[in-house]
Design a protein around this ligand. Structure first.
Ligand code: FAD
Length: 515
C-alpha cells in the first residue's frame, strides 16, 4: 500500500523538483520511517510557497514540507532528524509573516503548522478551547480565530498584535506587541502554560512553576528551543465597543511627553487609564493616507502636514460596554484633559471592539486589491531607550527619513513599560524603564528595495554612531558577534538553553543565530 503523499514524493524524485538522490545532503528522506514519509509534501507549488515570506526579500529552498496531523508527528520528525549522523534543519512555519526568512530553511524541512488545525479533536491540535479565565490554543492557530472563539463567551485575551492573521506560535516566539502592551504587557507576559516539542523531540508541558527554563526560553526565543503546540493564555471580560481617538502634535517632545503620561502608572489612575496607546507619523510625503479622518477635515490636515513636514499622532483607545456607555464621553474628556495636542485636531471614531482589533485586516483587503500586499517589505522594527527618543527623532525621523526622497511608508512610534516584561524570558529590550517601539513598515516594488535597505542600514549606523542603545524587535539576520551583542547579558543563558533543548541546532535556522 502506498500512501498518496508518498506517491507524490516518488513521482517527484524524477521531476523538476530537486531529485532527492541528487541533493548534496548526507541524508535522504527515503530513510525516513513510513509515518514520516506519509506527511511529506514535495510538490513544486508547496515548496515554492515555503521558500519565501511576507518580506519577499530572502528565498531559501527546503527539501520538503512536513504536514503534521498531530503533535506526535512533529516529535517523530524531530527525533528522526536527531537520529541521523548529520541532522537536517527544521523550520516551523506559522503564517510565514516574517520579513527576513525567519521561518525558512535551506536544504531542511519546513513544518507547515497550519496542517495541525485539521487534526483538532483527533488528538492532533489543541484547537481553541475557552475556559473561564484562560483559553487553550494550538500554536498553529491565528489570533483572529482566538478572538472570535473567546468573544462568543464574552471573554478576550488582553494583549494583542496590530494584525490578527498571525499564528500564536509565531508571535509568542517574538513577543507580540501593540497598543495594549504598555498596560497589559506583551503577549508573552500573558501566557500561563505551554506545550512544546523540544529540539530533541520531547513533548514537554511548561510554565513558570514547571520546566521554567524551557518556558522562559521559548517565550521570545525566536523558535530556537522547541515548537509551541499549545499555549494557555489569560482572559478578561470583553468590552463591546471602543472610543478610538487620534490627537495631532507638531512638536516631538510634547507628543512623547503626553504618550508617556498616558502609559504612566502614576500619571493616570487604573480605572481611567486608556486601554491602548500607540502613535504614528504623518509625513509630508506622498501618498498621504487620511482615510481615518472625516472628508471635511482632510484639507486642513493636509495643510498642517505641509506646514510642519511631520505631524506626530497619538492613537488612543478606551473600551466601554453597556454599563459604562453613559459615562464614556465624560471619561474621554477627562482622559484628554491636560494633553497638549493642537487644539481642534482631535478625531474620534466609535466602533465595535472586534472591528477595532481587526483594523489592519481592512487595510490588507484594500492593499490586496491594489496588488500592494504580496510585494517586498523591507521593514525595520527597533526598541529605542526612552532617554534617547528625542535624539532618534532628530537624527532619524527628521534627519534621515524626511530628508530622503523615498516614501517612508507607515511609521509607528509608541512607548512601553519595561516593568510589564519578564526579564527571565528570552525577549530582549533596552535596559530602561520606558522604551519605544519604532516600526518602519515599508512596502515597495523591487526597484526601490535596495534604497530602503540602504536607509535601514543608515538608521542602524546612526544609532551606533551616536550611542543610542537600540535593540531590534523581530531582529534581522546578524553575524555571530551581532547576535551576542543583541542578547547582551542574556546571551549566556540563551546559549545554554540551546545546548539543553536543541543540542544539534536544528530548529528555526532562518533566524541565523546558530546556523
Ligand atoms: P512565522 O513567520 O511563520 O514564524 C516566525 C518565527 O517563529 C520563525 O522563526 C518560525 O520558525 C517560528 N515559529 C513559527 N511557529 C512556531 C511555533 N509554533 N513554535 C515555535 N516557533 C515557531 N508583531 C507584533 O508583535 N505586533 C504587531 O502588531 C505586528 N503586526 C504585524 C503586521 C503584519 C502585516 C505582519 C506581516 C507582521 C506583524 N508582526 C507584528 C510581526 C509578527 O508578529 C511576526 O512576524 C510573527 O512571527 C508572525 O507570525 P507567523 O505565524 O507568520 O510566524
Amino acid at each position: 500500500f502506498i500512501f498518496p503523499k508518498t506517491l507524490i514524493i516518488l513521482l517527484c524524485l524524477n521531476s523538476v523538483v530537486h531529485p532527492i538522490e541528487a541533493l548534496s545532503q548526507p541524508w535522504s528522506l527515503l530513510d525516513a520511517p513510513k509515518e514520516i514519509l506519509q506527511n511529506i509534501i514535495r510538490d513544486p507549488l508547496s515548496l515554492s510557497l515555503a521558500s519565501t515570506d511576507f518580506g519577499h526579500i530572502i528565498h531559501q529552498n527546503p527539501v520538503a514540507i512536513f504536514a503534521p496531523s498531530s503533535t506526535n508527528d512533529i516529535s517523530k520528525l524531530i527525533k528522526f532528524s536527531n537520529s541521523l549522523p548529520i541532522p537536517f534543519t527544521i523550520a516551523a512555519r506559522g503564517q510565514g509573516h516574517s520579513v527576513n526568512g525567519q521561518s525558512m530553511t535551506n536544504d531542511g524541512v519546513v513544518v507547515n503548522m497550519t496542517e495541525l488545525n485539521k487534526g483538532f479533536g483527533h488528538n492532533g491540535s489543541s484547537g481553541i478551547v475557552v475556559f473561564d479565565n484562560f483559553v487553550d490554543v494550538g500554536g498553529e492557530q491565528i489570533w483572529i480565530d482566538v478572538l472570535h472563539a473567546t468573544l462568543e463567551k464574552g471573554l478576550t485575551p488582553l494583549s494583542w498584535t496590530d494584525y490578527l492573521y498571525l499564528s500564536v506560535g509565531g508571535t509568542l516566539s517574538n513577543a507580540g506587541i501593540s497598543g495594549q502592551t504598555s498596560r497589559f504587557g506583551p503577549q508573552i507576559s500573558n501566557v500561563l502554560e505551554l506545550d512544546v516539542v523540544t529540539g530533541k523531540g520531547n513533548l514537554v508541558t511548561c510554565s513558570t512553576k514547571k520546566n521554567s527554563e524551557l518556558f522562559n526560553g521559548v517565550l521570545g526565543g525566536l523558535g530556537q528551543f522547541g515548537i509551541i503546540t499549545r499555549a494557555r493564555i489569560a482572559l478578561g471580560s470583553a468590552p463591546k465597543r471602543v472610543k478610538w481617538l487620534r490627537l495631532f502634535y507638531n512638536d516631538f517632545s510634547t507628543f512623547s511627553g503626553d504618550q508617556e503620561h498616558l502609559i504612566s502608572v502614576n500619571g493616570i489612575n487604573e480605572t481611567n487609564a486608556p486601554n491602548y496607546v500607540e502613535g504614528m507619523l504623518l509625513l509630508n510625503q506622498p501618498p498621504l493616507d487620511l482615510s481615518f479622518y472625516p472628508q471635511i477635515d482632510q484639507p486642513r490636515i493636509t495643510s498642517l502636514v505641509t506646514q510642519f513636514g511631520i505631524i506626530y499622532i497619538i492613537e488612543l483607545v478606551k473600551y466601554y460596554d453597556d454599563n459604562s456607555k453613559d459615562h464614556i464621553d465624560q471619561e474621554i474628556e477627562s482622559l484628554v484633559q491636560g494633553l497638549k495636542f493642537i487644539p481642534t485636531f482631535m478625531f474620534e471614531k466609535d466602533t465595535s471592539y472586534e472591528e477595532f482589533l481587526n483594523r489592519v485586516h481592512f487595510d490588507e483587503l484594500a492593499l490586496r486589491t491594489q496588488g500592494l500586499w504580496d510585494i517586498p517589505h523591507p521593514w525595520l522594527n527597533i526598541f529605542v531607550p526612552g532617554s534617547r527618543i528625542s535624539d532618534f527623532d532628530e537624527g532619524v525621523f527628521k534627519g534621515i527619513i524626511l530628508k530622503q526622497n523615498i516614501t517612508a511608508g507607515l511609521v509607528i512610534v509608541y512607548p512601553l513599560n519595561r516593568t510589564k516584561w519578564d526579564d527571565n524570558m528570552s525577549a530582549v529590550t533596552p535596559n530602561e524603564e520606558i522604551f519605544y517601539i519604532v516600526s518602519l513598515l515599508r512596502t515597495t516594488g523591487f526597484d526601490k528595495l535596495e534604497a530602503f535597505q540602504v536607509q535601514n542600514q543608515q538608521i542602524l549606523q546612526f544609532c551606533k554612531d551616536v550611542g543610542i542603545g537600540i535593540k531590534q524587535y523581530l531582529p534581522l539576520n546578524k553575524s555571530h558577534e551581532e547576535w551576542v551583542e543583541h542578547f547582551g547579558l542574556k546571551w549566556e543563558t540563551f546559549e545554554k538553553r540551546k545546548a539543553q533543548f536543541d543540542p544539534n541546532k536544528i530548529l528555526s535556522p532562518g533566524q541565523t543565530i546558530f546556523n
